[in-house]
Design a protein around this ligand. Structure first.
Ligand code: NAI
Length: 736
């Protein structure tokens, strides 16, 4: 056996130590499943074994669950071609070795007592193994996480979790835990009833063995004759759960996440029947869920790719690690202040420069506010907070830049000013250090002209609020070297954010693609679709806000400015364009600049939250479509999502973005593109396939305009039946 070690003691109790070779954490692979069958059989048939205790041989914990990387790869097996029919898909899933549900049941019914000693985290399939034993002893350490997080990647617990947990802790508690993917501490788990005993750290094995010895005839409660689930659907509490749970899931997910519905169905159907039938029901729902494009896309982007990018998966090879210890931030405004905070939190000495000492101090005060809040909520200690703040030096003195490994420039969006501060800063900067600009719109190659070493110049584009947004878009200028990219990635990883790499273009990758969403909203407005429909469908198709609310947040004056610049570039009178004319009326005549001014497409309450659509909008726009039957909703959904995806395809064709993982992860983290899809690229690849996507985009183009017309790249891929991950996947091809 590869992954477990068995030691039988003098009492006949087998200690089964889970220790996957060559890994820092135990995960469940096909090979682990095979071993478990052998173990179940040995416990059952070996007369010398009286009972068994599972434990982990790893410091890192008991088990983190199924190996999603392996699952993702198996999904792409068979030459990267997908099983076509529903039946083929289910069969393929089944053959992938996920007989986990069955083997756990074999352990549970082996006829001898089995317990588990939990000294560290047990998640997903790892916790399900624990639930399938007869007795769970956990170390008395509140930091240990016990949970079923499958729903976070579009899956459901498929190894008994949806059946054993409700039987142990009640339907309502279990449904909440599983739907939300929450984890619990051992103390909470004991309170709820899915941990039986707490023992001091290091003593769980002894406690588990003692229990096994004292309970030679143990069986699971649901295997005792006459067992019935206490709060099934036909009890008052259970009935409330069935009805209320459905309503809650529908409201929160807009039915975009099949796993959520399937979890509820699994529990509802499963708790009404004996456990063996219940587990079969769960397996069916699991296989159905795992075969959805949602699960495939979410596992790939939100887990596998995020993890890869978080470990520098897109870092150019061959450069020594760059240990960033000191960074100067130019400009202590909204962005500079946030950047200073995340750096100081990551232990980086930070020089925060602005035009006056007062402005620089104001920037540092931003960090103080966050630290104070964290202290008051018990998230950090006063000592740690003070250390963090001591790392930030607010100043006006550029000579303090000496010795910095990197500069992040975040002054006003003005090319002349940016050129000036670049020169000023470089006078003190070591020749090997990197200069990064946080510009949101200005081409990097142009800004690099002010630099004496454009090879070390790069765009480091943060998102607001910096401390909450997990993505950083790195933009290569024409002269930026691979070494500079590698150094910038090391910096981004050090401040615990996810880097994506793009090439220089107006709006880079994120702003350019994201911009098409509010633009499509305006198109709908011009067509006379009621604003409420435009906004609701936007949210229902998985975007974080409606397109009009997004425009208000970005600033209508900014949108107008971009419209004017584009018109100038095309030598057009912007007022001749009805969309620009509408914007100009709202901004210039009515003085409504969006959320920051307290009025835009929406009216805002004192708390800054939108209260209702500005009624006067109807003076300019005649509302012709006031109802939204399902066909219209489906059509508007397609318009929103296709529009963004087609822009992403254009970015690939123009070489603005080159790695599908960057494109997918970037679309979700930067602008919240429908996370259930796995991102823009996965939406094309997994929900449509390029051929069908092109066909549908052509139809949209005929009906609504050339903005939907597929580009040459898409047509070429459609003709070859190629996916983005196949064509651009490189190293990740296998995971397509
Ligand atoms: P801001 O207006 O809040 O801050 C700019 C700061 O730069 C001010 O504190 C100003 O006093 C300071 N400054 C001006 N001249 C300076 C000089 N010579 N030396 C040092 N400091 C100087 O602007 P914000 O929003 O922080 O934006 C900064 C940059 O980040 C801009 O390029 C912007 O396009 C970009 N950006 C902004 C995002 C946002 O959501 N606000 C998102 C991503 C990028």
């Amino acid at each position: 056996m590869e992954n477990f070690k068995i030691d039988v003691d003098s009492d006949g109790i087998a200690l089964i130590t889970f220790d996957v070779p060559g890994r820092s954490m135990n995960t469940i692979t096909a090979s682990v499943v095979r071993d478990l069958y052998e173990i179940a059989n040995k416990i059952k048939t070996d007369a010398a074994i009286k009972g068994a205790v599972f434990a982990s041989g790893k410091e890192s914990g008991f088990c983190a669950g199924a190996d999603l990387g392996e699952m993702n790869e198996r999904g792409a097996a068979a030459g990267g071609k997908e099983p076509k029919t529903e039946d083929e898909k289910l069969k393929a899933q089944f053959e992938r070795g996920f007989g986990l549900n069955k083997v756990y049941r074999e352990l549970e019914t082996c006829g001898k007592p089995v317990a588990v000693a939990i000294e560290g985290l047990a998640l997903g399939g790892g916790l399900e193994l624990c639930l399938a034993t007869h007795y769970r002893v956990a170390a008395d350490n509140p930091k240990i996480k016990l949970g079923l997080p499958e729903s976070k990647v579009g899956l459901l617990p498929g190894a008994g979790g949806t059946q054993r947990l409700p039987r142990l802790i009640g339907v309502q508690n279990a449904a909440m835990m599983i739907l939300q993917g929450q984890d619990k501490s051992p103390q909470e788990a004991k309170g709820l009833g899915f941990v039986n005993e707490l023992a001091p750290a290091g003593q769980t094995i002894a406690a588990a063995k003692a229990w096994v010895k004292a309970n030679p005839k143990a069986v699971a409660p649901w295997d005792v004759k006459g067992y019935k689930v206490k709060d099934g659907p036909y009890t008052p509490g259970g009935a409330m759960m069935s009805v209320g749970g459905n309503a809650m899931v529908s409201k929160q997910t807009n039915l975009n996440y099949p796993a959520q519905r399937n979890i509820l169905s699994c529990i509802y159907e499963g708790v009404q029947v004996p456990i063996d039938a219940a587990l079969r029901i769960e397996s069916r729902y699991f296989l159905k869920t795992a075969a959805t494009p949602q699960a495939r896309g979410m596992i790939r982007s939100l887990f596998v790719s995020m993890q890869a990018l978080g470990k520098g998966g897109n870092r150019p090879e061959g450069f020594a690690p760059y240990n960033v210890k000191k960074v100067a931030v130019l400009g202590a405004g909204l962005m500079g202040a946030g950047i200073a905070y995340v750096q100081a939190k990551a232990g980086i000495e930070t020089i925060l420069l602005d035009v006056s000492q007062e402005s620089a101090e104001k920037g540092k005060a931003y960090s103080k506010r966050i630290v104070d809040k964290d202290i008051s909520r018990g998230k950090t200690t006063k000592e740690k907070g003070d250390e963090l703040l001591a790392r930030i030096t607010p100043s006006t003195d550029y000579s303090l830049i000496s010795g910095a490994d990197l500069v992040v420039e975040a002054v006003f969006e003005n090319p002349a000013l940016k050129a000036e501060v670049t020169k000023k800063a470089e006078a003190y900067l070591a020749a090997t250090a990197v200069f990064g600009s946080n510009t949101s719109t200005l081409p990097i190659t142009g800004l690099a002209e002010a630099s004496v070493r454009p090879k070390n110049f790069i765009g480091i584009h943060f998102f607001s609020p910096v401390e909450r947004m997990g993505l950083v878009e790195l933009i290569r200028g024409k002269q930026t070297t691979d070494e500079t990219v590698a150094k910038a990635i090391d910096y981004v990883l050090k401040i615990r954010k996810t880097p994506i790499i793009v090439n220089d273009h107006r709006g880079f990758y994120t702003s350019r693609c994201f911009g098409t969403y509010p633009q499509e909203g305006i198109e709908m407005l011009m067509e006379g679709i009621a604003p409420a429909i435009i906004e609701n469908v936007g949210r229902q198709c998985g975007m974080p806000m409606g397109p009009l609310e997004v425009s208000d947040s970005v600033g209508l004056d900014t949108a107008l400015k971009i419209g004017k610049t584009n018109a100038e570039l095309n030598q057009q009178d912007y007022k001749k364009d009805p969309r620009a004319a509408l914007l100009s009326w709202i901004v210039e005549d009515k003085g409504r600049v969006g959320r920051k001014g307290g009025k835009g497409y929406y009216e805002y309450g004192e708390d800054g939250k939108p209260t209702r659509i500005w009624p006067e909008l109807s003076q300019k726009i005649e509302v012709k479509v006031k109802e939204c039957p399902p066909e219209l909703k489906a059509e508007l959904t397609k318009r929103y999502l296709f529009r963004q995806c087609i822009e992403v395809a254009r970015c690939f064709e123009e070489g603005v973005i080159t790695d599908p993982r960057d494109a997918d992860v970037g679309s979700i983290l930067a602008w919240g593109f429908a996370p259930y899809s796995g991102g823009c690229v996965s939406y094309i690849d997994l929900f449509w396939g390029t051929a069908k996507f092109v066909e549908e985009a052509d139809r949209l183009a005929e009906r609504y305009g050339e903005r939907f017309r597929p580009n040459k790249l898409l047509r070429d891929m459609a003709a070859k039946g190629e996916s983005f991950y196949e064509r651009f996947g490189g190293k990740q091809k296998a995971a397509a």
